[in-house]
Design a protein around this ligand. Structure first.
Ligand code: NIG
Ligand code: FE
Length: 430
């Protein structure tokens, strides 16, 4: 008999999203549906996934263990949000209003609004402020099914405030049930005090801030905003190579507005992911398709900026790229913590299939954080990170849009969201 301390039985459908991971092309259409599916875990790790009859024969609940009846629910792996700008202060409603009146995001950025507004607010905030804001936002993420998230710095743009953001991420990770993977993004923008001498900032970034981040093990990834008017391809290459030499894994904000060639650079440099890609070229698509670099699409951005232009999800998938989805949660271009909503947007605005979108927020998203051995699918040995949605069928998760069907979330075998309410402690069950 297999002993378990957590069992969820008889889900209408259990989407295992089982590997191999990463998934490309037709593999993205397979979400591993188990009708009447059950799952069990012990000490946070999955020990059984299968049909309910087999569960009954093979699995025994230990005294004091918990059992959830999954009837009426669709179960799927905890969502993995591989691109967020979590620890920022302030918000940008004023800028939003101006955009509604016809000003573009880039026009406003040129006038000193945009990222710089949030940099000012974040510099003024204390580390404790950033922790408190992050924890509130993590609760919101959990309510929408996210169990692992990435979080970037990049609103400090000097040593003190970049480190402050990264320490806030560390503290939030130690406090909240959601696991956080940290990214250093000192190259998110050129700070206003260095606009006329960008080389000096690049020098500070690579010679002073980066070593401190590494010494204190404050980030696993390094990210650059490779964009017209921000960091050029040459500058980005230099930054990435320096970060790689210091042991960082690479992500890139690539080809968001202008087709600079960030996607090709990301693949050439062995980046784990190239993100955005609204303006990617055909060469970029072909290069990513042949590479191990994940194409991370952020449809919240085109939606929030009300742009007709969208990332070419269909071309990327059909050519064989590893496609993931993420929120890009930030106050300027995608103010949402809901990866669940982003999954719906991917279907409605990027023409991804529901199955493709599910795999892109689970299996492939775990690969975009190099966590595919631990999370991203419901398989024996992986973490018991499970989302339970009140729905008859997984298609309903997108078909019935604009509502939140997520009722329960289990993280590491602990119930951390119960009937839509966040449980308070790191280990769940308040
Ligand atoms: O990923 N593109 C650059 N950075 C963010 C936007 C940040 C902001 O506007 O504050 C993004 O879209
Ligand atoms: Fe971003």
């Amino acid at each position: 008999m297999i002993l378990a301390d957590c069992i969820v039985s008889r889900c209408n459908q259990l989407l295992t999203c089982r590997g191999p991971i990463p998934k490309r092309k037709d593999d993205l259409k397979d979400v591993g549906v188990l009708a009447n599916g059950s799952i069990a875990s012990s000490e946070g790790k999955i020990v059984f996934v299968g049909e309910d009859e087999d569960l009954k024969k093979n699995v025994q609940l230990v005294d004091g263990g918990k059992h959830i009846d999954g009837q009426g629910y669709v179960g799927l792996p905890g969502f993995v949000d591989s691109h967020t700008h979590l620890p920022f202060a302030g918000s940008r409603e004023e800028e939003f209003k101006l955009r509604l009146e016809g000003h573009t995001y880039q026009q406003l950025a040129e006038k000193g609004m945009g990222i710089q507004t949030t940099v000012n607010a974040t510099r003024e905030a204390t580390r404790e402020d950033l922790v408190r804001l992050s924890l509130e936002r993590l609760d919101s993420m959990l309510t929408h099914g996210t169990t692992t998230t990435e979080a970037k710095s990049g609103y400090g743009l000097n040593i003190e405030d970049e480190l402050k953001q990264l320490y806030a991420i560390r503290q939030a990770n130690n406090t909240h049930p959601i696991d956080i993977v940290s990214t250093f993004m000192g190259a998110h923008e050129v700070p206003k005090e260095y606009r006329s001498r960008k080389e000096d900032y690049i020098e500070i970034l690579t010679q002073e801030i980066l070593p401190r981040v590494r010494e204190n093990q404050l980030a696993e990834f390094f990210d650059v905003f490779c964009e017209e008017g921000v960091y050029s391809i040459e500058e980005t290459r230099h930054l990435i190579r320096t970060a790689k030499a210091e042991g960082f894994k690479i992500k890139l904000h690539a080809d968001e507005f202008a087709p600079l060639g960030g996607a090709v650079l990301a693949a050439e440099e062995g980046a784990v992911s190239a993100d955005h890609l609204i303006a990617i070229s055909d060469e970029g698509i072909d290069t990513l398709a042949r590479s191990q670099t994940v194409a991370t699409l952020l449809p919240g951005v085109s939606f929030f900026l009300m742009q007709d232009k969208k990332a070419p999800a269909r071309k990327l998938i059909d050519k064989g790229a590893i496609v993931a989805l993420a929120t890009d949660f930030n106050p300027g271009s995608s103010m949402t913590e809901s990866l669940f909503f982003v999954m719906q947007l991917a279907v409605f605005t990027l023409k991804m299939g529901v199955e493709e979108a599910v795999n892109a927020v689970t299996a492939n998203a775990s690969y975009a954080l190099t966590r595919d051995q631990e999370i991203g699918s419901l398989e024996v040995g992986k973490k018991m990170d499970l989302v339970l949605c009140r729905a008859p069928h997984y298609l309903t998760l997108v078909y019935h849009f604009g509502i939140n069907p997520i009722k329960h979330v289990i993280k590491n075998g602990n119930v951390v969201l119960k009937d839509g309410i966040v449980m308070s402690e790191k280990n769940g069950e308040a």
